[in-house]
Design a protein around this ligand. Structure first.
Ligand SMILES: Cc1ncc(COP(=O)(O)O)c(C=O)c1O
Length: 362
């Protein structure tokens, strides 16, 4: 490749180049076994070792206690929107949902098919620009769990604290900020995340689930939807996404070798600050979507004076090697996704481009 492309895609997203290089070097023959990781049985010793190492990597990075199981499932984070209520929300029962963006709304829609999915707090009316403070939340009596989305990928809105369920099991969709910073796992009963932002390639969903929640899985659950069975079978009730798990293991190794989640957080804060400073310093040419206190470190969303200029911005940026900046089709605008593996130099290149673009088009 002759020219560097900075990949701002929201997901599947940029992966550490050293991970891709390692995978490339092992593509035809894994560790000298003469076969690709994609060609070997998921029940083989080499793959078992990879799975164990990936689980260990996630456990170590997120400091997950022993009473939580780590699963690598399929069906995307979207299947978790259904799987969670199918296991934990009976027809006559209530679960609380905190809705701060498009993905949270989708989670509610699926949960309503099972029982009373009660939106206890929503920022829909103000166009998903903010998150509630802990004090603004009050939970339903007898709710089975409370669900929130720690980072809304489309709107670029992020919780700056781990939600406290005040005794209720907390379920978190952390698809787009998992592994970007340390998390207080013990505040949660279940955390799930599609892998394709900070963990690895698409096709794997990470689920971290506490044992007491597993114990509530109804008898006679469909096998592939049964967290208990999946946990008992080490995520291998059927053939897992072996390639995806292999890459996840490499990503975990990479993060560990680069200072762990504390270091990721620091780097992510620095990168986001550079970009938000450019937005705030543009005399209103660029307008951030999220309220300042809820700004995402992962997905920086902003508008330009007109949709026409937004289109032109994305087109010209792409031509200059800044790819994937067009906002989600449902909300428009510009979205720069700057996950763990996205380099600071790419953010600086974008800021330079933004300054020039504003100057030319003001
Ligand atoms: C926060 C969040 N939740 C859920 C999803 C859906 O994930 P999947 O495509 O893995 O089903 C996404 C996808 O981008 C997301 O960003």
């Amino acid at each position: 490749m002759s020219e560097k492309i900075y990949n701002f895609s929201a997901g599947p997203a940029v992966l550490p180049s050293s991970v891709l290089e390692k995978a490339q070097s092992e593509l035809l023959s894994l560790n000298g076994i003469g076969m690709s990781v994609m060609e070997i049985s998921h029940r083989s010793k080499p793959f078992e070792a990879i799975l164990e190492s990936a689980i260990g990597g996630i456990r170590e990075l997120l400091q997950i206690p022993g009473n939580y199981q780590i699963l690598f499932l399929q069906g995307g984070a979207s299947l978790q929107f259904s799987m969670i209520p199918l296991n934990f929300l009976g027809a006559d029962e209530t679960a609380d949902y905190v809705v701060t963006g498009t993905w949270g709304k989708k989670a509610v829609k699926e949960a309503k098919r099972c029982g009373n999915a009660n939106t206890i707090f929503s920022t829909a009316e103000t166009n998903f620009k903010s998150v509630p403070t802990q004090d603004e939340l009050s939970f339903s009596d007898n709710a089975k769990y409370v669900h929130y989305t720690s980072n809304e990928t489309i709107e670029g809105v992020e919780f700056k604290y781990d939600l406290d369920g005040k005794g209720l099991p907390v379920v978190c969709d952390a698809s787009s900020n998992i592994l970007s910073k340390p998390v207080d796992i013990e505040k949660h009963a279940l955390i799930y995340a599609g892998a394709q932002k900070n963990i690895g390639p698409s096709g794997v969903t990470l689920v971290i689930i506490r044992d007491d929640l597993i114990a509530q899985v109804p008898e006679n659950q469909h096998s592939m939807l049964d967290y208990r069975l999946l946990a008992e079978n080490d995520s291998m009730l059927n053939t897992p996404n072996t390639w995806g798990i292999y890459i996840i293991n490499l990503v975990c190794e990479h993060i560990k070798g680069h200072g762990g989640l504390g270091a990721m957080e620091k780097k992510n804060e620095e990168k986001a600050q550079i970009l938000y400073d450019a937005i705030d310093g543009s005399d209103g040419f660029y307008r951030g979507h999220a309220n300042k206190e809820a700004r995402s470190l992962m997905n920086v969303t902003y508008r330009l004076p007109s949709e026409e200029l937004e289109k032109q911005f994305a087109t010209e940026a792409t031509a200059q090697g800044l790819d994937g900046l067009k906002g989600h089709r449902s909300v428009g605008g510009i979205r720069a996704s700057i996950y763990n593996a996205f380099p600071k130099e790419g953010v600086e290149a974008l800021v330079e481009f933004m300054k020039n673009f504003a100057q030319k088009n003001e």
